[in-house]
Design a protein around this ligand. Structure first.
Ligand code: ADP
Ligand code: MG
Length: 349
């Protein structure tokens, strides 16, 4: 864990407060009612809150599953995962992976194709080069950057459905599932909760939100949409949803600043630099959180015009775009469920 314990506890308290505020419970009711557990896995703070079925064992099972996903898919641990094994075998041989890792790799390749390479599941070497989110983050040398970019190409990730194997065709290539693994984990948690008969729950994986059912009064949940200019927990508005996921990608998450410029962690595979197209953030509503996660990163990099077009061609998918000059554009379905609460923003369409 890269945080101090004190900061971690403060964030947990802030999140518990925000969740109780947004679902309309007083702190007193929250103590008697919902059961929340928090944990730091997949590089992020995770809260799971149950509102009817208050069996702590269900939440423990959910956290065990997230831990299992982390163990299989992380590239940020000393212990080798299936993905580090795949990366280590780049340019050499194929590696057999589990069913869930294969599914996430397939989804990663799908969003790479859908976004025509703006999202690229083989972004690993570029992410490592920038080191954003670590104390070593720095602007890379142009020559090194150009060499590294040659290693980013999702077309050179081969997946074999029959054998459940994956292979990176060129030596030095690296898969990085950071843009979709949290979404997948949220979906897996939802299915564990539903299998145990949980009807009302909120899963929050570092801002990837998945609402199970509606709230206990039979109404949609009211979920805060992350303000992309501020750290987690500051909302620009509220969406009302049930059985849906809301995922935001933006400039707020991990970044460093140099000479007054912000370098954030969503990297543009063509230039090798953080995406810089006038968007500060994108929020996506979908049924499955893995799709919201894949799309929020993709659409953030595609920008407003191309992103809007792509979303309008997808079923059951809605988007909100926030520009760097604090203007908000939405698809029709997003408008139907969204209320702006932050004064600094202007609704454009
Ligand atoms: P977060 O995980 O912070 O909520 P995202 O879902 O947008 O935000 O994922 C960002 C992460 O995805 C980065 O930290 C990095 O690991 C990876 N990534 C960065 N740029 C790209 C890209 N162009 N395509 C795919 N993954 C990316
Ligand atoms: Mg994402």
């Amino acid at each position: 864990m890269s945080f101090s314990n004190l900061r971690f506890i403060k964030i947990i308290l802030l999140f518990s407060f925000i969740v109780s505020f947004l679902v309309g419970c007083s702190p007193k009711e929250q103590i008697q009612g919902p059961l929340t557990k928090s944990n730091y896995i997949l590089g992020t703070l995770i809260d799971i809150t149950l509102y009817n079925n208050k069996d702590a064992k269900i939440i423990d099972e959910a956290f065990d599953r997230i831990k299992e996903i982390e163990n299989k898919m992380t590239i940020n641990s000393e212990n080798p995962s299936q993905i580090t094994r795949l990366n280590d075998a780049s340019g050499s041989h194929e590696v057999e992976v589990s069913e869930d890792t294969f599914y996430v790799l397939e989804k990663g390749k799908y969003y790479s194709q859908l976004s025509q390479g703006e999202f690229d599941i083989t972004i690993g070497p570029l992410v490592k080069l920038w080191n954003i989110g670590t104390p070593y983050a720095a602007i890379p040398e142009p020559k090194v950057l150009a060499e590294t970019l040659k290693l980013v190409d999702y077309n050179k990730l081969s997946l074999n459905e029959q054998r459940h194997t994956a292979k990176l065709e060129a030596s030095g290539m690296k898969v990085d599932l950071g843009a979709i693994a949290k979404g997948y984990a949220a979906d897996e948690v939802a299915s564990i909760l539903r299998n145990h008969g949980v009807k009302h729950a909120i899963i929050n994986l570092g801002g990837n939100i998945l609402a199970v059912g509606g709230n206990v009064n039979g109404n949609p949940w009211k979920i805060g949409v992350q303000n992309p200019f501020n750290p987690r927990g500051d909302y620009l508005g509220i969406v009302q949803i049930d059985n849906k996921s809301v995922v935001t990608s933006g400039i707020y998450e991990r970044y460093f600043e140099q000479d007054g410029k912000r370098y954030h962690h969503i990297l543009e595979p063509r230039t090798g630099y953080p995406g810089d197209n006038g968007l500060a953030g994108v929020s996506i509503i979908t049924d499955k959180s893995i799709d919201g996660d894949g799309l929020s990163t993709s659409i953030f990099l595609l920008g407003l015009d191309k992103g809007m077009k792509l979303i309008e061609g997808l079923d059951n998918t809605e988007a909100l775009f926030i520009t760097t000059d604090k203007k908000i554009y939405m698809t029709k379905g997003f408008k139907d469920v969204f209320t702006l609460t932050h004064k600094e923003y202007t609704l454009m369409n």
